[in-house]
Write a protein that binds this ligand. Structure first.
Ligand SMILES: [Fe+2]
Length: 274
């Protein structure tokens, strides 16, 4: 084989200067196209796709269009489907217990609930959970928190209610990871975190409903207590969502307060006709 000819062709094409130049030009155009595609892909969240291409498992993150009906109301069935994906992804040991739980089947009489907190941004702001136990007499509480990729619980705090002190909490990550946010810091501190974190907070930042900017990342097994009674706080899941166990004192629904004035324990309803 000679470097001066292309060996796979049936007839010989002697390589002169102009043919070498043409071949090099084609190769350079191809290389430029590949690098441009890779850059654009990473800007579109293609980092997740890139990781998947390397064989790493990545949880899908659905857009809001997946979770809301044509009338604007939150589609709980779509939310449930996403959390079933989360449970399968993490091979969650309690998946069947939680998904099959009917009201009154747990000690707290709870079942799996799925909330967008009436904020209309479930892809980024919402959660699912179940109260395994909430004992007012003895003052203890067991709760599992489920968060989809880069999904946050809206900022909130707990006050004394029902003749009980403000709820205190400790969180422990079972699967995935979270960033826990405590009072302090400023919005500029978010720049130290992956850009997806700030992007997912956009609706709450725009609503000026975030004041807790001190972030701490928790991975599997890590624990963190609430920074203090009555303190504002929230958490956001990492790229593959999170399953978090919460240990706490008695949870009084009437003692739960949201920083966003539209926030409530409920879901977005259909828009009323004008
Ligand atoms: Fe809380």
């Amino acid at each position: 084989m000679s470097l001066s000819t292309f060996p796979f062709m049936t007839r010989s094409y002697p390589m002169n200067r102009s043919r070498w130049f043409a071949a090099l030009t084609v190769l350079m155009v191809l290389a430029l196209s590949v690098s441009t595609f890779a850059f654009q892909n990473s800007r579109r969240g293609g980092i997740r796709e890139g990781r998947a291409a390397r064989g790493e498992r990545v949880m899908p993150k659905h857009e809001n269009s997946f979770y809301y009906k044509a009338d604007g109301s939150f589609n709980e069935e779509a939310g449930r489907q996403a959390f079933e994906e989360l449970f399968r992804f993490h091979r969650y040991s309690l998946a069947k217990t939680v998904l099959d739980a009917a009201p009154n089947s747990s000690l707290a009489g709870d079942k799996l609930w799925i909330l967008d907190f009436n904020l209309g941004d479930f892809s980024n702001v919402g959660m699912a959970g179940i109260f395994f136990v909430n004992d007012k007499e003895h003052g203890y509480f067991g709760h599992e928190i489920y968060l989809l990729p880069y999904q946050m619980i809206p900022e909130h705090w707990h006050v004394a209610a029902e003749d009980k002190p403000a709820k205190h909490e400790v969180w422990q990550v079972r699967n995935g990871s979270v960033w826990c946010f405590a009072e302090g810091g400023s919005e500029a501190d978010l720049d130290a975190l992956p850009v997806e974190v700030k992007n997912a907070m956009k609706s709450q930042l725009d609503a000026k409903a975030i004041t807790a900017f001190q972030a701490k990342e928790l991975k599997v097994g890590d624990m963190l207590p609430l920074s203090g009674l009555d303190r504002k706080h929230f958490m956001m899941a990492g790229p593959n969502g999170a399953i978090v166990t919460e240990y706490a004192s008695f949870h009084a629904a009437s003692g739960l307060k949201f920083s966003n004035p539209d926030g409530k324990v409920g879901n977005t309803e259909a828009k009323k006709a004008e």
